[in-house]
Design a binder for this molecule. Sequence first.
Ligand SMILES: [Zn+2]
Length: 214
Amino acid sequence: MNKRLTRILAIRDRIARVARFRPYVRLLGKIEMEELQAIADHERNTIVLTTRLVDRLNDDELAWVVSHEIIHLASKHHVKRSADATRVSADISQYYDKLCHWLDNSGRGILVRIGGRLIGVVALGAIGQVAINTLTYPQEKEADVVALSLMIKAGYNPEAALSALGNLYGGRLPDLSILNVMIGSHPDPRIREHLIKKTIRQLQQGRDVFRESQ
Ligand SMILES: [Zn+2]
């Protein structure tokens, strides 16, 4: 077995023991997975990481990434996400039908009606994506927060979550705000950083962060 895989499996085992949940791990070269760095593959009960990410992070930092993905898998976060996506698409298609109905009865010319439909598709598609992203934020926050207590129980340094987060964004946290709502499947990195710092303080005071994150 290669050294990289041995290393990540050892981290997975330490976290899995305290989480009482042991997913598979798969490593991908950066050619196969250019942008994504770590994901939870619910169908295969597998954490997928790029070799680039594994090489860039130290053991404590990787422990946070692995813990975050383990929580997604163990808590079956994908079930809620797909229910949210189904509900949002149903709402969006209802709005689109209303828009078409309104355009058809507006007495406008054919070009305006076609243009209106096209703009409607793009705008409603964007609104739907924002809605789906935003609805997953509570689960992402739960994964960030609970990952820290798993790290502590497994003997890792929770402060490493902050540098891991920076590394996931290429070494420096960008200011994304509104843009992040459009493109991000995770909350704004600044908000995540703030939450991680707050949670570490609470954990140091011995508080039950899992209950408080609910
Ligand atoms: Zn996540």
